[in-house]
Design a protein around this ligand. Structure first.
Ligand code: NAD
Length: 497
């Protein structure tokens, strides 16, 4: 692992952080900015341009012009693929810089940024570059005298809104397939974590990889997000964030121009553990890692462990020491296992849910408070928290906390486990641990979730679709599914007789 580039970051943070519109870095029309802070100590990192509706309109005009008139449209498929490969390589070249900024802004450990987020952010561009010449239409058997075929065409201007938990990675998951299919894009990061996307735009700009206006960046919050949802010249909006805001995005898209919408939203994912598992230590270890890595700020993490009553006590005795042993600390210190939560309101929200859990009568088994470091450093550190004897009807089992608060729920029968697992408004992911292959399959097919992990919670690959059902979202990302999200199908008829 390369060392963090903290000295470089210090200098970089001194320069103005503008919007990137039509190939230029520009201040917001209003001149307003907002500050972004380091969640490990609450120190201000820098000021960032605050985009409003007028800035979104300019970005849309630039993206539209680039879609309709620029050389982007006329690139051959091979040239477009080479462009994406170049972006992948630029991200690799700047890996340490980008990982440093991600950790400063989000609080995840430098190791998590460097090892988990950065390689995938680069690789996804290569993955979609390789798809560019593999999207075929159909030749359709229609009545005599006619040929009918379909072709996949880009949508036009795509708005991509992302949250703060994987700021660069989730944006790249959207930018890569959108560009691969020939669209132009406007990206909006969360105001808590704008830095890596600003730096990515700089890197791409300096390397002169993309024509002007193909990639645009608007930093900001509510106003910019609403404007993107409601702007009627935007053809597609792809949103990752909370269910609450996702519904507003869908509404804005519907009342404006019925732009295409895809939504990757919240979760409250179950992880069922049957009493036939042979290696309980391994189950506890993997499940713990799936839940608590990246400070438990992952949409698909298993926040409800549904455990057979006969192994419940053994499970509890194995998981508590793991939670107690976690080292919270400076995310740049290699000994640190858990960094600070991403921002203050979120930190307070997590602590509030811990109080709710106590009031609801769940048994606090581990954590339940800030790490002592929080007071010393002003960092937003929360001890990994485990509640036992949780009833699925409790708020801590129903509402997304998005932090290190785990619910343990007992079950007696297979049917009851499935019922509890599905008793949620979300449907992002689910896990099943069982060494009985028939049971594992039987249960997996009955879980109402977009992704089900059998005997290894948390498997991800660009080749496999990612996304939820119910109130966890609309549509899928990854694989060919993302390409469908960024194309429209045209049916062409030709008369030949
Ligand atoms: P959020 O919904 O508050 O914000 C997400 C983005 O929407 C931000 O960029 C924000 O500025 C913007 N926004 C805010 N108000 C808006 C509005 N009215 N219209 C348009 N955009 C608006 O979410 P968050 O707190 O940044 O992120 C955490 C949430 O993201 C959790 O619910 C988590 O489950 C979800 N998430 C889902 C996935 C997934 O793939 N399903 C992945 C990561 C995170």
């Amino acid at each position: 692992m390369e060392p963090a580039k903290l000295e470089w970051a210090k200098e970089w943070l001194k320069t103005a952080k503008h919007l990137f519109v039509g190939g230029e870095f520009v201040p917001s029309k209003s001149g307003k900015t907002f500050s972004t802070t380091n969640p490990a100590n609450q120190e201000k990192l820098t000021e960032v341009a605050l985009a409003g509706t007028a800035d979104v309109d300019l970005a849309v005009a630039a993206a539209k012009e680039a879609f309709q008139n620029s050389e982007w449209k006329n690139l051959s498929r091979r040239q477009r693929a080479e462009t994406l490969n170049k972006i992948a390589n630029l991200i690799r070249e700047h890996r340490a810089e980008l990982a440093t900024l991600e950790t400063l802004d989000n609080g995840k450990t430098y190791q998590e940024s460097y090892v988990d987020d950065l390689p995938e952010s680069a690789d996804v561009f290569d993955y979609y570059a390789a798809w560019i010449d593999k999207i075929y239409g159909e030749s359709v058997p229609v009545e005599k005298g006619f040929i009918n075929f379909t072709q996949h065409e880009p949508l036009g201007v795509c708005a991509l809104i992302v949250p703060w938990n994987f700021p660069l990675l989730l944006a790249c998951w959207k930018i890569a397939p959108a560009l691969a299919m020939g669209n132009t894009v406007i990206v909006k990061p969360s105001p808590f974590t704008s830095l890596t996307l600003i730096r990515l735009c700089e890197i791409i700009h300096e390397a002169k990889v993309l024509p002007k206006g193909v990639l645009n960046l608007v930093t900001g919050d509510l106003e910019a997000g609403e404007a993107l949802s409601q702007q009627s010249e935007i053809d597609k909006i792809s949103f990752t964030g909370s269910t609450l805001v996702g519904k507003k995005v869908a509404e804005g898209a519907a009342v404006s121009n019925l732009k295409r919408v895809s939504l990757e939203l919240g979760g409250k994912s179950p992880n069922i553990i049957f009493d036939d598992v042979k290696d309980l230590d391994a189950v506890v270890a993997r499940s713990f890692q799936a839940m608590f890595s990246h400070k438990a700020e992952k949409c698909s993490e298993p926040t409800r462990f549904i455990i057979h009553e006969s192994i419940y006590d053994a499970f509890v005795s194995k998981i508590i020491p793991k939670a107690e042993a976690v080292v919270c600390g400076d995310p740049f210190d290699p000994k640190t296992q858990q960094g600070p939560q991403a921002h203050e309101a979120h930190f307070k929200k997590i602590l509030n849910y811990i109080e709710i859990g106590k009031r609801e009568g769940a048994t606090l088994l581990a954590g339940g408070k800030p790490d002592p470091l929080a007071e010393k450093t002003k960092g937003f550190y929360v001890r990994p928290t485990i509640f036992g004897d949780v009833k699925n009807s409790m708020r801590i089992a129903q509402e997304e906390i998005f932090g290190p608060v785990l619910c343990l729920i007992k079950f007696k029968t297979e049917a009851e486990a499935i019922q509890i697992a599905n008793d949620t408004s979300y449907g992002l992911a689910a896990g099943v641990y069982s060494d009985d292959a028939k049971r594992a399959h039987r249960v997996a097919t009955q879980l109402d979730a977009g992704m089900v992990f059998v005997n290894h919670y948390g498997c991800y690959d660009f080749a496999s679709p990612f996304g939820g059902v119910k109130q966890s979202g609309w549509g899928k990302e990854m694989a060919r599914h993302s390409l469908e999200e960024y194309t429209k199908v045209k049916s062409i008829w030709v008369r030949y007789s």
